[in-house]
Write a protein that binds this ligand. Structure first.
Ligand SMILES: Cc1ncc(COP(=O)(O)O)c(C=O)c1O
Ligand SMILES: N[C@H](C=O)CCC(=O)O
Length: 437
């Protein structure tokens, strides 16, 4: 295998520093925690992504989730091209919005109505405003390691890029903006109970049903049951942030699979088929508080964008047709097996967490069940592993604390390439660790 070179990516990275902050438009793209300079991408098709040095990779990032069918899926591309011929944005309603809204509401028992916005961040902060208005209360509980976009109130003990960069929060967020944010520990119902005991103004608990922003973590059954019960007893709303998990483990939400009684659901990523989109939805009595029906204001020039709607409708139609969820479980199981085999053979501490098409490894001996246990993962090992995967032609997120994603376009050969690449990368980790110890 020839060694991959990144000359053109490096050049663009250097040039990019002049007019882009850190040469990127989202911090996770900067490769900060794995070192080296980030890849610049020239194109993608199916499960493959190609960088500007013509290196080809199997893509396990998939734009951090949206590209569930793979890139430029023919049926989706056809509908996007058709939509483009009709106009790009109208500032007025169009039929696609109705169609996508119906498809989504039919897939979630907890949603009668939905409002489209332009990103997951927008969906979440709008959902919080709505929960506060509906309950007449101000406080929210979030979980440490949970990431819900970059609204001020939620940049506390957050996962994703903040975990990657070891940032406890963000500068520029006034204390006032976070004074109503309470942080509990995922999978630890006592930490939620304690907040509820001490605070009587809690509007909502916001949760990623399957967290993917501290790496993938699975909720235990009793924890979810406990949340449902506490929320009901204390008239607290549950906001299921399914921006990442929505349509990734079933046609609909992970909330159904884990038995979470969501009041408001936030979506993004998959429902826009790769175009900027977000959405929040709930039962009628909650959604009818949103303007123009009710007093909660929320608006957007590009909301319900016709191209994003067309891509979303085509993606969901294709997902329904393919029903790839069993396939995802099988692929993820193979990935897990490759890790477990390699960790045994090379005597490495590895844990694998997976749910549907979300999967990722941690370099630690103990099971990963919350943010503190995820943070025990050896990020130096991850760094070595990451770069060897890149050399193997496998693009994974450049962070220990991001989920890998699977797409339905993956072929048997590509799956084999992934599992054998994992084996080689683990070997490299073991060899490097041996030398440096
Ligand atoms: C669970 C979750 N919520 C919210 C967001 C924010 O979405 P966006 O990046 O589209 O603003 C993300 C991803 O960034 C996410 O994974
Ligand atoms: N973890 C984030 C969302 O899921 C990754 C996307 C980003 O912040 O750029």
């Amino acid at each position: 295998m020839s060694i991959k070179k990144f000359k053109n990516s490096q050049e663009l990275y250097e040039r990019g520093q002049a007019h882009l902050v850190g040469a990127v438009n989202s911090p996770v793209r900067a490769f900060k925690s794995v070192g080296g300079s980030p890849l610049f991408i020239s194109s993608a098709k199916g499960s493959k992504i190609i960088d500007v040095d013509d290196n080809v990779y199997i893509d396990l990032v998939l734009s951090y989730g949206p590209m569930i069918l793979g890139h430029r899926f023919p049926a989706v591309e056809k509908k996007i091209k058709k939509a483009l011929r009709h106009g790009y944005s109208f500032g007025a309603s169009s039929k696609g919005e109705l169609k996508l809204a119906k498809m989504i509401c039919s897939a979630f028992g907890s949603m009668d109505k939905i409002r489209f916005v332009n990103s997951g961040t927008e969906a979440v902060f709008s959902a919080i405003r709505l929960a506060r208005a509906f309950t007449g209360k101000d406080q929210i509980i979030k979980f440490s390691g949970g990431y819900h976009g970059h609204a001020d109130a939620l940049l506390v003990a957050a996962g994703s890029g903040l975990a990657t960069l070891s940032l406890p929060g963000s500068k520029g967020v006034p204390e006032d903006a976070v004074k109503n944010t309470l942080v509990a520990e995922f999978n630890q119902i006592e930490s939620v109970k304690n907040h509820i005991k001490e605070n009587h103004n809690i509007a909502a608990i916001i949760i990623e049903p399957i967290p993917g922003n501290m790496g993938v973590v699975l909720p235990n059954e009793d924890f979810i049951k406990g949340l449902n019960q506490l929320a009901k007893e204390h008239k607290i709303l549950i906001i299921a942030d399914e921006v990442m998990s929505g349509f990734r483990s079933k046609f609909g939400g992970a909330q159904d699979l884990i038995g979470l009684n969501a009041d408001i659901t936030c979506l993004g990523k998959v429902i826009g088929g790769g175009f900027p989109v977000g959405a929040y939805g709930a039962r009628n009595e909650i959604m009818e508080m949103v303007a123009p029906l009710g007093p909660v204001y929320q608006a957007g020039t590009l909301s319900g964008n016709p191209i994003a709607m067309a891509a979303g409708i085509a993606t969901l139609k294709e997902l329904k047709k393919q029903n790839p969820y069993k396939k995802f479980n099988k692929i993820a199981a193979k990935i897990e097996k490759a890790f477990l085999k390699g960790s045994k053979e090379f005597d490495l501490p590895v844990q694998v967490n997976r749910f549907g098409s979300m999967v990722n490894p941690f370099f630690t001996k103990e099971p990963v069940t919350d943010f503190p246990s995820a943070q025990k993962s050896d990020t130096e090992m991850f760094k070595i592993f990451f770069w060897e995967m890149i050399q193997e032609g496998l693009f994974i997120p450049p962070s220990q604390f991001e989920s890998w994603f699977l797409c339905s376009s993956m072929t048997k050969d590509e799956i084999k390439k992934v599992t054998s690449g994992i084996h080689t990368a683990l070997k490299k980790v073991a060899e490097t660790v041996k030398v440096t110890r």
